[in-house]
Design a protein around this ligand. Structure first.
Ligand code: GRG
Length: 281
């Protein structure tokens, strides 16, 4: 569904990601043959069938602010590489031990555990270099925001809380998912606002939109994935039931739309993302 509506934006994101892998900025021109397999492993996961939800948000934020998408492409690439690393690591035997991801065997099934671990490490590290090379004078601020969102108080922290949680209640579950899933979605929008030099009030509005959409994304995911045959997996749907999760999804989606109240029709792409996420269920 994203593919048709945002064809132009997705093409731009794909071309940018491919340019980073054709001439990796951190490898110089002569990549030692010993490292070919590392890049193959990284590219295997990056260029599989992901929705590109997060980089799309960055590009649509630039549009909302009447700026060129090129201004946020380094951020769009960085968030997608971090997202991809998190999926590779999440699939490892020490975490979820999954065999398939994005319609193909998981990275460690093809490249081995060490290969997958290191490909994730490389993607994570590379992402900050890419963002730091953004020509925006506010690149350093965006790097700091991304580090906060992906790090120990953000996505990694959420993953730790998720792994450790025994019987989380609604509040703890919400906190876990705001960090684990929500913060990277939020920063895709907020840091794009920063790179586009938006005034503080607009950045705050974008941050609020990103926070609500991040939660809505997880709520929709939980409804989609709910399997009563697997009650051991705690999710919003298993904890609250489908109807209450759907009610929360509607409420959260509305809050995301409300956060954009002061934006003109240039933000319609961001509004469409809320509707597309809601309509996944
Ligand atoms: C291992 C540090 C570390 C973190 C892992 C985000 C995460 C934390 C794990 C992923 C587990 C998971 C499936 C969470 C549900 C929400 C989510 C992030 C779904 C996958 O995102 P999509 O639907 O995936 O955007 P695609 O493949 O379309 O990019």
């Amino acid at each position: 569904m994203f593919n048709e509506i945002f064809k132009t934006e997705l093409k731009l994101i794909d071309l940018h990601l491919r340019s980073l892998f054709n001439t990796p900025p951190d490898s110089g021109t002569d990549l030692p043959v010993e490292l070919h397999r590392l890049y193959e492993s990284m590219a295997y996961s990056v260029f599989s069938e992901g929705k590109r939800f997060r980089p799309l948000l960055s590009v649509l934020t630039a549009k909302a602010l009447n700026k060129e998408p090129e201004q946020v492409l380094p951020l769009a690439a960085a968030v997608e590489l971090i997202h991809t690393y998190s999926l590779i690591h999440d699939d490892l035997p020490c975490m979820d031990d999954d065999d398939f991801r994005r319609g193909q065997p998981t990275n460690h099934r093809v490249f081995g555990e060490a290969g997958a671990l290191l490909a994730g490490d490389a993607l994570l590290t590379m992402s900050f270099g890419i963002l730091a090379q953004s020509p925006s004078p506010r690149a350093a601020q965006a790097v700091a925001l991304l580090s906060e969102a992906a790090g120990p108080r953000g996505m990694v922290g959420g993953q730790v809380m998720d792994v450790d949680a025994q019987n989380p209640g609604k509040l703890l579950l919400e906190d876990i998912h705001k960090r684990k899933t929500g913060r990277l979605i939020q920063v895709s929008v907020e840091a794009a606002g920063v790179l586009c030099d938006a005034p503080k009030t607009q950045v705050q509005a974008l941050r609020a939109y990103g926070e609500q959409l991040g939660l809505a994304f997880q709520l929709a995911d939980d409804i989609q994935d709910f399997d009563p045959a697997k009650p051991e997996k705690v999710s919003f749907a298993s904890l609250l039931g489908n109807d209450e999760t759907l009610r929360l999804l509607n409420e959260t989606s509305q809050k995301a739309l409300d956060a954009l109240a002061d934006f003109s029709s240039t933000a319609d792409g961001l509004r469409e993302m809320v509707r597309l996420n809601r309509d996944r269920v």
